[in-house]
Design a protein around this ligand. Sequence first.
Ligand SMILES: [Zn+2]
Length: 97
Amino acid sequence: MKVKKIPMRMCVGCGEMKEKRDLVRVIKTPDDEILLDPTGKKSGRGAYLCRSMECFENAQKGRKLERAFSCKVDAAVYEELKNELQREMAKLADNMP
Ligand SMILES: [Zn+2]
């Protein structure tokens, strides 16, 4: 029997390795825009976060996205990402049985 390898990624907030599907992807587009990529299908350089405000805040405090993307990330960008992440989390909660 072949065991399927589960793709693992590291959350930039808590530094833990998790299954890719349990994380949300943040990307830097070729136009230097930083966006949440809930589908994981956009192209660009990616960083991963748990769907957790705690991890998000850790990432923000520790300037982890700056490090992941080697560029400046404005507070406004973090705010936008935070809103998007909250929307994602709400969506997920709606889908719970
Ligand atoms: Zn995390």
